[in-house]
Design a protein. Structure first.
Length: 543
């Protein structure tokens, strides 16, 4: 999928070379800002001052039937106290509009960004002695993790009559991050619509869209797919030259399909007593684990056909001399160490009711659980309502409400997003430009598909020659759905000090309360950001 996006980017850069006239615009921007909660933490806020600066190069041209824009903006940010966070970000945009004739046009755009998320502790995957990836326990180190975002769009518009216009869009979105607990995901979407003007003031329309959203596997969560089918009708009305209302609404069918967890994703969780019968091989198969070549029972090798009896306990078994034994339990799920079969060269289990009794938890037995795939289908209503009003030629207010699929992001599951936005723009003089904006956003899981994973309650027996944990063995599904509420208020004042120079002051307050905002991570926070910047636009170069 990234190849398709890269192809569109190359097209956006190569085709403009055919144009006859090119303008190159260069600018330089710098700012100093303060953030009172750099790491977006709820109970351990740390503030810092940072300096941002970087150039922007923009190439654009307008021919008779070809319009294009290309821009590149690297931004370097340097912190005063947290020097480890200093990093360079990249923002690239390419867009081309080609007019085939008076009735048909095509638009290609591609927007790419490489930014960084801030966090404490090395959450990037590390390697154990066997070469398998593990997740280190976070420490006091601070760092930035790369975040990749890309959106490619192809849009074709055709006028069937002077009053009827059709449009068809195909898009591709991509998200990836170095953070191990964040799911890489990508989406492909297609939407077709037809709009008809009833008169000078009213336009009606109808359309349909389809989206496929794929989430890769991460710690404690298998791969999953989301399919969204959306039918909608639209209406736009001009109340006069100063006020306009637009509405789009319709039903959406959302189907989620989560894969069955593989042997490297089923973790061990110790739970209540449950009776079961069968062999050790059956136990491994029921839990989705591969049967190891060597099976240990009470510290001695045995055959996988060894029967499992009521009162037996299955616990991870790693000989003390194993060079990889220390890495078997370093993965984390909800703050608990997790045994992962892929992280151990000797991924064996033992049955030992005597040891379980000695630990003090009483007799335990093996729970045989078949953690298969999971699916869910629901019907929702998506909508978009926008109302704009020009109070004066220099003062405009826009209010909007949208309910839609949230698209690709750091969230580990597909969500429905409700957003309310209020924006005011005011240009009191030729030099001043002021704006105030308020946002409210609610994101919730679009389906009732649970995440299949488990955790281990540690209970190591001192002096034993094996690593042992208490309880019964279970592969269990937990409802760990996304539920995040976010709102912000921001103000911006820009003053043009010269023909090419502009000074800008921005102040933003943000507040987020989340049950879960990304895989296995709670991201509630509150912060205030303030920045003062200067931008200078050089005279354009004509080619």
């Amino acid at each position: 999928m990234l190849r398709a996006s890269a192809f569109l980017t190359c097209v956006c850069f190569v085709l403009p070379s055919l144009a006859k006239a090119v303008d190159l615009n260069l600018s330089m921007a710098s700012s100093v800002g303060y953030d009172n909660n750099v790491f977006r933490e709820k109970n351990d806020e740390s503030g810092d001052v940072s300096f941002r600066f970087g150039p922007t190069a923009r190439i654009h041209s307008i021919e008779d039937n070809l319009v294009y824009n290309l821009s590149y903006n690297p931004v370097y940010e340097k912190f005063v106290d947290f020097g480890d966070l200093d990093e360079l970000s990249h923002f690239i945009f390419g867009g081309i509009e080609y007019q085939f004739n008076d009735r048909t046009s095509i638009v290609l755009t591609n927007r790419f960004s490489l930014t960084q998320s801030l966090n404490r502790g090395p959450l990037v995957a590390e390697k154990d002695l066997a070469g398998d990836e593990i997740q280190e326990v976070p420490d006091n180190e601070v760092r930035r993790d790369d975040v990749y975002l890309n959106r490619a769009l192809v849009s074709v518009q055709h006028s069937f009559t002077p009053h009827t216009v059709g449009q068809f869009d195909v898009s591709y979105d991509y998200f990836d991050s170095d953070r191990r607990n964040t799911a890489k995901n990508n989406a492909i979407g297609a939407v077709g619509s037809l709009t008809h003007a009833l008169g000078a003031r009213d336009r009606i329309g109808a359309g349909a869209s389809f989206d496929w959203h794929r989430f890769d596997a991460v710690t404690g969560q298998p791969e999953s797919d989301n399919f969204t089918y959306y039918l909608f009708g639209s209406w736009a009305h001009d109340f006069g030259k100063d006020t306009e209302l637009s509405v789009r609404v319709g039903p959406a069918l959302i189907h989620a399909q989560q894969d069955a967890p593989g042997s490297d994703l089923v973790d061990l969780y110790f739970h209540e007593d449950v009776e079961v019968s069968g062999t050790l091989a059956d136990a491994y198969d029921d839990l989705g684990l591969q049967v190891p070549e060597t099976v240990y029972v009470n510290g001695m090798t045995t055959d996988s056909s060894e029967p499992v009896s009521p009162g037996d306990v299955l616990v991870p078994f790693v000989p003390a001399a194993s060079p990889t034994g220390a890495n078997c339990f370093q993965s984390q799920v909800q703050g608990q160490p997790v045994f992962r079969q892929a992280n151990c060269t000797l991924n064996n289990l033992i049955t030992d009711p005597a040891t379980a009794g000695a630990i003090g938890n009483g007799p335990k037995v093996l729970l045989s659980s078949d953690a298969g795939d999971d699916s869910d289908t629901r019907i929702a209503v998506f909508a978009e309502v926008m109302l704009s009003h020009n109070w004066t030629p220099k003062l405009k207010t826009t209010a909007s409400y949208t309910r839609s699929d949230s698209g690709v992001s750091s969230l580990g599951a597909n969500t429905i997003a409700d957003r309310v936005t209020l924006v005011n723009f005011w240009t009191p003089t030729q030099r001043w430009n002021l704006s105030v904006r308020g946002d409210w956003l609610q994101r919730e899981s679009s389906n009732d598909v649970t995440n299949t994973f488990g955790a281990i309650e540690p209970g190591v027996v001192a002096g034993a020659d094996v690593v042992q944990f208490t309880g019964s063995l279970l592969a269990e599904s937990f409802d760990d759905s996304v539920d995040t509420e976010y709102w912000s208020v921001s103000g911006r004042a820009a003053y043009r000090v010269s023909r090419r120079g502009t000074v800008t002051l921005r102040v933003t307050y943000q507040n987020q309360d989340s049950k879960r905002a990304s895989t296995s991570t709670n991201s509630s926070f509150e912060n205030v950001l303030a920045s003062l910047g200067f931008r200078y636009d050089f005279d354009p170069f004509h080619f």
